[in-house]
Ligand binder design. Structure first.
Ligand code: HEM
Length: 380
């Protein structure tokens, strides 16, 4: 990265890319960044040319495949196994519980003094929601969160290089924990998501331990940091545009469009990755077969070719064709859940407080994958 670009906020950098280098290779043998909405959309739509099977590790070293990093027909098979549990009607059943969890966490939040919103709410809430789906007991929650953080913060190395000893240890401990739970569930069936997966009969028989573990890991990796990112993005928007909090207080029914615009404006899953299966032309650039492609979701969502005044947060924006939850066959499986959590948090913050202020607005990061590790706020 040049000195000049280091000083840019990521959204200014994205704009330069969109205007001057919409499809560009990072280094001579690096991945191709894709910055415009139309091109990111085209990549996500065409899963035959842009494969999600990106890992270079030999298949025997990868363990059971995960849907996020597989192509059809394997992707279809894996997604079908869990998709019923993520339908709106199923997710709706969790609403009351999520509201209670969120309310309990906010009851503990001190007002008029500096508190870390990540530790108090934005990290534990999504973990609890997924943990409940997987039948993790309350007492194991903190350990569970530590494992998922360790694994997530090393996702790049896990995929493309050598995982750190810490992340390998976290993965091994989490596997051992879930294996014990799975064996327990086999003796005493349970009705949560993991219980349903353990009991599931597929055309190829029951799922084996490694397939079950792979699901647990995927849900953690895909659903935790991203939702933390949405919650912290919401706080940042309340800081930057205090009138939005007041608007939501008066009209809680705007919480759905508040969340959509938050997803667009500060996209928590800021980029994803694909590998080309053939030579392809994108925005006039020829990309060879086997190259990595990095669709910059956060850039696509600020593309002035699609969104009017893209750098303005507009709670009433409609339509809002953002790509924050992906598009095509890999579109976020947890989208309804993420939206529900986002709405509940926004509604409860607006109901309880008249101000949510960041303590260090200039030093907290935006545009990273997932959410920040801490976010000092003062609520009043
Ligand atoms: C605000 C929160 C979230 C955001 C921004 C987000 C974003 C995304 C995006 C962009 C993708 C597509 C990635 C790609 O095409 O390469 C995706 C896929 C996925 N997400 Fe989410 N996600 C969120 C929350 C969740 C939650 C809560 C869960 C589950 C508990 C979840 C589970 C998944 C899964 C399993 C996939 C893979 C789907 C597939 O490959 O077919 N996500 N997510």
């Amino acid at each position: 990265m040049s000195e000049a670009s280091e000083t840019l906020n990521p959204y200014e950098g994205f704009k330069l890319l969109r205007d001057h280098a919409p499809v560009t290779q990072l280094e001579a043998d690096g991945g191709w960044q894709v910055a415009r909405h139309a091109d990111v959309h085209a990549v996500m739509r065409d899963h035959e040319t842009f494969s999600s099977d990106v890992s270079l590790q030999p298949p025997e070293e990868r363990g059971a495949p995960s849907m996020l990093f597989s192509d059809p027909p394997e992707h279809h098979r894996l997604r079908k196994l869990v998709s019923a549990a993520f339908k709106p009607s199923q997710i709706q059943k969790q609403e009351a519980q999520i509201r209670t969890r969120c309310g309990d966490m906010l009851d503990e939040l001190a007002t008029d003094t500096e508190v870390d919103l990540v530790q108090a709410l934005a990290a534990p809430l999504p973990v609890m929601v997924i943990a409940e789906m997987l039948g993790v007991e309350d007492g194991d929650m903190a350990t569970f969160k530590a494992w998922s953080d360790e694994i997530f913060s090393n996702i790049g190395e896990i995929l493309f290089g050598t995982a750190s000893p810490e992340s390998e240890r976290a993965a091994a401990e989490m596997n051992a924990y879930f294996l014990a739970r799975i064996n327990d569930i086999r003796r005493h069936p349970k009705n949560h998501l993991l219980g349903q997966l353990v009991a599931m009969e597929t055309e190829d028989g029951m799922l084996d331990d490694e397939e079950l573990l792979s699901f647990c890991r995927l849900l953690l990796i895909a659903g935790n940091e991203t939702t933390t990112g949405l919650i912290t993005a919401s706080a940042r928007i309340f800081h930057e545009q205090p009138e939005t909090l007041i608007q939501l207080k008066q009209q809680p029914q705007l919480s759905g469009s508040f969340v959509e615009e938050a997803l667009r404006y500060y996209s928590p899953f800021s980029a994803t990755v694909r590998r080309t299966t053939r030579e392809v032309e994108l925005a006039g650039q020829t990309i060879a077969e086997g190259e990595l492609v990095v669709p910059l979701i956060a850039s696509a969502n600020r593309d002035e070719r699609v969104f009017d005044a893209p750098d303005t947060y507009n709670i009433h924006r409609s339509p809002n064709p953002h790509l924050a939850l992906g598009f095509g066959i890999h579109v976020c499986l947890g989208a309804h859940l993420a939206r529900l959590e986002g709405r509940i948090v926004a509604e409860q913050l607006a109901e309880r407080y008249s101000q949510v202020a960041l303590v260090h607005p200039d030093t907290t990061s935006v545009g990273d994958l997932g959410g920040p590790k801490e976010l000092a706020v003062i609520v009043r």
